[in-house]
Design a protein around this ligand. Sequence first.
Ligand SMILES: [Ca+2]
Length: 165
Amino acid sequence: MHTFFLSLMAAAAIISHGELLANGNFENEENHSYGWRVRNGKYEISNVSPFHETTPVYLKLHSNGSATIANRGEDGISAKAGEVFLFSCYCKSQTRGKMIILFIGDNGTVIGGKTIRLKSNGEWNEITGKFQAKEACRKGSLEIVFPEGDYLIDEVSLISQNTLK
Ligand SMILES: [Ca+2]
């Protein structure tokens, strides 16, 4: 258990390098929803039965069909044209359907994204996807749209593939 804990912390330290989202793990102690905007949905912050004890706080979201959570990093996300981004999160739901990842550019238009099938087994599952920015931006943001259902969400991450080289 101890070894597992240490390796998880080491992995978290590596993953956090190059992280583009603000407070993607909802662990900001002053404001657990810091960095996030929620539209068209009801949400609360919870720590009941978390994904992992090292990151106990998560977002609990109810969607009537178009709930959207958005994050623009600390000061907007910049991208080069053609840059590839890796998205991941942990999500627990019983919804059959797809979450839609949208990358929004400087003028508010969608310049990249990915539709990812949700796992509906009611367990915490890692969800990953990759997309390319079609054009450059300096103050981009990430939006995630959820179909009708209830979701627990944690460890939301966006990194540039360039960070991994
Ligand atoms: Ca967390």
